[in-house]
Design a protein around this ligand. Structure first.
Ligand SMILES: Nc1ncnc2c1ncn2[C@@H]1O[C@H](COP(=O)(O)OP(=O)(O)O)[C@@H](O)[C@H]1O
Ligand SMILES: [Mg+2]
Length: 390
């Protein structure tokens, strides 16, 4: 699995963890806390120069206010050292920015530097003790070397300590900047009545295409085939007729595809489970399918659920950059539930396309609910629940 945060890196095998960049990134993350530390020190020094206590308080508040926006930006920027999932957008809100900046100014920076000092500085001092405390006498020398050995051991485990703190701190900063919404939120539905009308129209078009146009094309194709048999093969017309015949056959194939797109044949013939396996098998991203549908739901429910799965998997392929996806379907207690998950980048937003809102409309027609959870950094989960009468 891909390691995306310092905390995830801790769970790797020790050799892999120590050889990776994560301890160094964590160390850099914590050391960059000298910046807010310096801000506090310089501000405190300048304010103390003001000298008069009644003026110090407003000066302090003004300084903190001035420091908030650049500090929030700095925290956002350096978060990527310990968390490579996309950083929440800057529009997350001013209150959140202020919270992060104030934490950084008053809480985090000295803890960060203390952690680095204790986990790296301490062992280094211990290691250097034979040099720092030159002694004579065998016992004192032995003690100094024992301390040195202890220091070496402590330095070996230090990456775990400071990476753990850096990771936890990063997670806290991320939560302050933008909480990860893992709750599924219902996708807005808007045009339910319109879709109902569209559905009726769709059925009519499908029927007309199937019974009318398609039959005519079949007849045309057969006639052209027969005409070709009647012509001597070397006549100048034969070539043209052969072309016309090919064109007619192509048109028939295209029309069949079209009809299938409007309403896949396998869905009518063999039901939702087969149709879902069919789309899953055609997906470029590998999909685990887990379905338990003891009976076939009503046709309108099957169609709506099918469209949800096929749009969700199309989105996985188009937008998610996922390495795996999964479809889970259950029919129990008179409710059909389908859940489509992917381990991709997340950030799905119904407002940025037409697919998801269209689905919500479709699902609303059969009294279902469509919900979506897709925090920045993933994972994305889409769920549809449709009641079907027993
Ligand atoms: N599984 C997903 N992973 C990441 N982003 C997604 C996913 N599904 C949708 N999105 C994002 O949400 C937007 C809206 O999706 P959708 O309504 O289906 O529109 P589109 O027509 O672009 O597919 C997409 O443009 C895409 O940026
Ligand atoms: Mg889409």
């Amino acid at each position: 699995m891909l390691t995306r945060t310092a905390l995830e890196a801790l769970a790797r095998r020790p050799a892999a963890f120590l050889a990776s960049g994560w301890p160094w990134r964590s160390l850099a993350y914590l050391l960059s806390s000298t910046v807010p530390g310096l801000v506090v020190a310089v501000t405190a020094l300048s304010i103390s120069l003001v000298g008069r206590v009644p003026l110090m308080v407003p000066a302090g508040i003004a300084a903190a206010g001035l420091a908030v926006p650049p500090l929030a930006r700095f925290e956002r920027w350096r978060l990527r050292l310990v968390d490579s999932t996309p950083t929440p957008r800057a529009s997350a809100g001013r209150r959140r920015d202020a919270a992060v900046a104030l934490f950084s100014l008053f809480v985090f920076w000295w803890i960060d530097l203390l952690v680095v000092g204790a986990t790296v500085g301490g062992p280094v001092v211990l290691i250097l003790s034979p040099v720092l405390q030159p002694t004579d006498g065998a016992w004192a020398l032995a003690a100094a070397f024992t301390a040195s050995a202890m220091g070496l051991l402590l330095l070996l485990v230090a990456p775990y300590t400071f990476t753990a703190w850096a990771g936890a701190r990063g997670a806290l900063v991320r939560t302050l900047l933008a909480p990860r919404e893992t709750e599924l939120a219902e996708v807005l539905r808007s045009r339910a009545r319109l879709v109902d009308a569209f559905e009726t129209e769709r059925r009519r078009i499908e029927r007309d295409l199937h019974d009318g146009t398609q039959q005519r094309l079949v007849a045309l194709s057969m006639r052209l085939g027969l005409a070709r048999l009647d012509l001597p093969p070397d006549s100048p017309l034969a070539e043209q007729l052969a072309q016309a015949h090919e064109e007619a056959k192509l048109a028939l194939v295209e029309l069949r595809e079209l009809v299938r797109g409007v309403h896949p044949q396998v869905l009518t013939d063999r039901g939702l489970a087969a149709a879902v396996r069919n789309v899953a098998a055609r997906s470029p991203v590998p999909v685990d399918v887990d379905l338990s549908l003891p009976r076939r739901p009503p046709q309108s429910v099957e169609v709506a659920a099918y469209y949800v799965v096929s749009e969700a998997l199309a989105n996985v392929a188009k937008h998610s950059r996922a390495s795996r996806a999964a479809v889970r379907g259950r029919l129990a207690g008179g409710v059909l539930t389908m859940e489509i998950r992917d381990d991709g980048v997340g950030g799905a937003d119904p407002a940025r396309g037409t697919g998801l809102t269209g689905l919500a409309d479709r699902v609303a027609v059969v009294d279902g609910r469509l919900s979506l959870s897709s925090p920045a950094g993933g994972p994305t989960t889409m769920r549809v629940e449709i009641p079907c009468a027993l």
